[in-house]
Ligand binder design. Structure first.
Ligand SMILES: *[C@@H]1O[C@H](CO)[C@@H](O)[C@H](O)[C@H]1NC(C)=O
Ligand SMILES: *[C@@H]1O[C@H](CO)[C@@H](O)[C@H](O)[C@H]1NC(C)=O
Ligand SMILES: *[C@@H]1O[C@H](CO)[C@@H](O)[C@H](O)[C@H]1NC(C)=O
Ligand SMILES: *[C@@H]1O[C@H](CO)[C@@H](O)[C@H](O)[C@H]1NC(C)=O
Length: 504
């Protein structure tokens, strides 16, 4: 919707100029457009759109009979005072046409070449795949050295298949290349990263395709790149160290591929990087300690779902701008470094599904911006050290389930007693049970937990009932509140059931 807004604005700025040009020109028949270019445009629209009478409805697409997806600019052709209008932007998408393209639309490469002033081409939701529509290829014919294309955006085209032609590097003025959510396959052309053919490229988005093979070894030619999105493909092999040469990079998303090997320390020189998403790959090895050099920029570090199998480096605590850190399911072991408690801008911390042990640093509960904390399914022990206000603020976004040795102090959660179910068994219960049955005492903070010592004092989803039962007499003194709440809930449930029955 906002792109439409921008477009209307552009028209509003542009139209008076165009109208002026037409008034100046003695012959407004072709509205100042070269005949070949106009014909090319008609052919393109006929090839793509449902409306076969487009040419008749829009004989002067730059002036009197505009169409919202077309933008024109004036240019001087040779002789003074001879002004021409040229199509510089062609956009077809759900915001300007419904349906965006006709069934069976083909890629009108030859006709597009008749629009030599085209700077921006976007076809969104255009090529669909039906039993009758042929799959469309990205025509190599479009990519010539004479092209002035600065933006090529082809998104959500499930009928777009084939490979990305290596000749795409001939588009030396390209700033934005988006070929996402289609069915492109094959490898990313090797030439794309090196050679400097695309040295003006700022945005490269090839996400949600079926690209395979490796990321090109040499990426150093993309000197202006600020956004690199290759997520949701089938790319394999290592991350090339040359990624570290993309000095302008702000966002790198390589998530959901099959990438392996370690995270190259060369990436520590990307000192403008805001977002690094390498999640859901097969990366192994440590997070380079040199990553602390990203302290001036990095806000999002998403590494979940990689078999890193290491300890969390204390140096992560130096990434003072970090807002989101996710290391879920990375096989991380050892302690939660207390340095993480220095990340004062942290809003979400996900360390779940690892083998982290030791105690929970109390200062995590003092992080002013934290809204989400997942420590579930680790081997943490001791008391959950958070104060009531913190627990109340995070509510269901605080998750410490599935840590055998963790317990909570009910006194700290008097008013939020309903939350206790989501954060662990009461410590008093654990010690009461321990006095009744020696050997069930959870390990004191900071000490390794004895294997098998605490099955019944452990806590995970659905264990409460078992806990209550097994604790027998020992609990009655300490958790009447629990039973009362449980009884109350049963009561509520029965009432609800009766009410529903009555309604039916
Ligand atoms: C064009 O697409 C077809 C079908 O996917 C494919 O077999 C063919 O190799 C493609 N050609 C190019 C040049 O990518
Ligand atoms: C960022 O890291 C560099 C080197 O790692 C260090 O010299 C600098 O003081 C750090 N800046 C801040 C603000 O922490
Ligand atoms: C915490 O992570 C686990 C997976 O390890 C997930 O099932 C759970 O929903 C997460 N909790 C929250 C509150 O997001
Ligand atoms: C944590 O686990 C490691 C082995 O994975 C062990 O050497 C260490 O003593 C444990 N630490 C605590 C506090 O349990």
């Amino acid at each position: 919707m906002s792109s439409r807004g921008v477009f209307i604005l552009l028209w509003a700025v542009f139209l008076p100029i165009a109208a002026g040009a037409v008034q100046d020109s003695s012959d407004s028949a072709a509205a100042g457009m070269a005949e070949g270019e106009l014909q090319g445009l008609f052919e393109v629209m006929t090839a793509l759109l449902e409306d076969s009478s487009w040419a008749e409805l829009h004989p002067h697409p730059c002036t009197d009979t505009p169409w919202p997806g077309i933008q024109c600019e004036l240019s001087q052709a040779g002789k003074e005072s001879e002004l021409y209008l040229h199509v510089t932007r062609l956009h077809i998408g759900p915001d300007v046409a419904a349906p965006p393209c006709r069934g069976g639309a083909v890629f009108p490469a030859a006709s597009l070449l008749q629009l030599p002033y085209l700077k921006s081409l976007s076809l969104i939701g255009c090529f669909i795949e039906t039993p009758v529509s042929p799959l469309v290829n990205l025509s190599a014919a479009l990519f010539t050295t004479s092209s002035v294309l600065e933006q090529l955006v082809m998104k959500s085209n499930p009928g777009l298949s084939g490979e990305i032609p290596g000749t795409i590097v001939l588009l030396s003025r390209l700033r934005v290349l988006t070929l996402s959510q289609s069915r492109l396959h094959g490898a990313i052309p090797r030439e794309l990263g090196g050679g400097g053919g695309l040295s003006k490229l700022e945005e490269l988005d090839l996400s949600y395709n079926q690209l395979s093979g490796r990321i090109p070894e040499d990426m150093s030619g993309l000197a202006s790149l600020s956004i690199l999105d290759l997520s949701w493909n089938s790319l394999k092999g290592p991350l090339p160290p040359s990624l570290g040469k993309l000095a302008a990079l702000q966002k790198m998303d390589l998530s959901s591929n099959l990438l392996s090997g370690s995270i190259p320390r060369e990436m520590s020189s990307l000192n403008r990087l805001l977002l690094l998403d390498l999640s859901a790959n097969s990366l192994s090895g440590t997070i380079p300690a040199t990553f602390k050099a990203l302290n001036g920029s990095l806000e999002y570090l998403l590494l979940e779902g990689n078999p890193l199998n290491g300890v969390i480096p204390a140096t992560l605590g130096e990434l003072r701008k970090l807002a989101v850190l996710s290391l879920s399911g990375c096989g991380m072991w050892g302690p939660i470094p207390s340095s993480l408690t220095r990340l004062s801008r942290l809003t979400a911390l996900s360390l779940d599904g690892n083998r982290l042990n030791g105690t929970v640093p109390p200062e995590l509960g003092l992080l002013p911006s934290l809204r989400q904390l997942n420590l579930s399914h680790n081997e943490l022990s001791g008391e959950v050290p958070f104060v009531e206000q913190f627990v109340a603020r995070l509510g269901a976004r605080l998750d410490v389930r599935g840590n055998r040795g963790l317990c909570t102090d009910p006194a700290a959660f008097r008013r939020n007693i309903y939350l206790m179910g989501s954060i662990g068994p009461p410590c008093t219960y654990a010690s009461a049970a321990a006095s009744a049955r020696p050997g069930l005492e959870p390990p004191p903070a900071g000490e390794p937990q004895a294997v098998g010592a605490s099955k019944s004092s452990s806590w995970s989803d659905g264990d409460e009932e078992e806990l209550r039962r097994s604790s027998a007499g020992a609990t009655t003194a300490t958790s009447p509140a629990f039973s009362a709440i449980a009884a109350g809930c049963c009561c509520c449930f029965l009432h609800l059931l009766l009410f529903l029955l009555a309604v039916v």
